[in-house]
Design a protein around this ligand. Sequence first.
Ligand SMILES: [Zn+2]
Length: 590
Amino acid sequence: MSYLVLARKWRPQRFADVVGQDHVVHTLQNALNKGRIAHAFLFTGARGVGKTTAARLLAKALQCAQGPTAEPCGTCRACLDVTEGRAIDVLEIDGASNRGIDQVRELRDGVRYLPQAARFKIVIIDEVHMLTVEAFNALLKTLEEPPAHVKFIFATTEPHKIPITILSRCQRYDFKRIGPGDIAARLRAIAGTEKIEIDDEALRLIARAAQGSMRDGLSLLDQAVAYTDGEITAQVAIEALGVIDRRVVVEIVDAVLGRDPNAALEAVGRAFETGIDLRQLLGELAEEFRHLVVAQVVKRPEALIDLPERELAGVVERSRTVDGADLQRLFAMATEHVDALARAESPRLVLDVLVARMASMPPYLSLAELASLVERIAGGGGALPGSGHDGSPRGRTPTGGSDDLGRRGATAAPERPARPAAATSPRTAATAPATARPAGRCEVADEEYAAPCAPTLLPDIDPRWQSAVATVRSQHPALASFLEHGLVIGPRDETLVLRFEQTFYADAVRDQDNLKTVCAAVAEQFANVRRVQIEVGPIARHGSQVSIAEAEAKIAEQRRSTRESEALNSPTVKLAVEIFGGTVLQVKEA
Ligand SMILES: [Zn+2]
């Protein structure tokens, strides 16, 4: 006698035996009882959750000699034919291998004829989302005007791939993943009947590894039976099935929560060596974080956490010592990476990096803690939880007494960098000799910020030229800004040469009216100059000879770099960096 795998042997033959899909079974039976039976059904859900089983049960319910009935007898000819897969009026088709238009046309032609032996012609298409677009179109015609004797039952793991035109003509039933508790209970019942010795811990491990699929759960039980002659214990399950030992999961999670990257990575390494599926391991880590969150926020965690009493007590105990926001962040990190891990070429690398990151993350600050820190930075003092006065990274001990902080706050104020607006701008400096200092520029309400406003000249430029440009600016600001790009050569033989690299500036200055203005301003400053000559061409870079524009740019750059280092060294910024454990990436002008 050949051995029948458990999944086939124990396929439910009555609606009552379908596990974990009560909502589906209830609705189907109601419809059957009321005689309100759709002509097309769509069963969706993950693999191994009972879609095909339910489709066959529905076929039986429709064909049974007593039917259509919510409780097929299971003993009549029609029922037995369906059970044994030889009912000529029930066509079971695999959508993956019969996906073309020809197969669907054949099917469509076939269902036109009345059933030969039973009440209905029933077409079950598994993995229906695999059909081609043409095949779906061919199917649609039949669905639009179905013969009264035809029933369609479609099953799919990917309903989103089915055209909306098809979906809208089906009664849809969404099958859930089966809870590990339900799977374990069913496995326990089957093991009892089959005289398989298995302990509770092993059952629980297998049920969890099945990940919501009863079929997978039964296959794993088959494998464990084949692996040992004796009792199936947790150890057997771990060895035979590569299921994950919860102790490993707890070890990694505790290392992460204890901010111990070393221990966390070692535990991952040990788990890896046992050959377990790393994606599953990550899923279990996420699950453990979830357990801890639930244990923190729910009064009766046993309703939501599927663990034996002893382990549940451990979870509740451990959940008391960790921060809830922290757990939620870790849970999110773990779940976000499950897909990336599945796609990764070296999953081990992804998991290692992720676990190391999790274990190295600074603990979360509560909003209240954060608010007090921000207040402290804004006020230059105040209470600061967890900042050591020795400058060490933030621990959770409230060191750094108020005296120390007060002192730091007091010295901070005078060292504040000058406000950008208060600093003398190059423009102010250049203008200063000829025109009055622009009003308001240096008027700063806060005396603390007042910067020296005394007019200064650009050091590399002839002061007479600077004054001449300032005079021009007072009459013709645009012309002055062109002049700033010129290099002054001379004066020689009563001629001042202005050399521009770009024709555009030279042409603008050469304009007759403009040149008159320039000459007048130059004559005021240079005693012996009678003429101004404009030249275009490359400016030889020798000595410190530069244009006003270049000199200003240079000074602006120096000023920017000074202000940047002032900002970086300011006690306020240093304090913020220390408190938040950050790095300054960029200094921007306010
Ligand atoms: Zn029957």
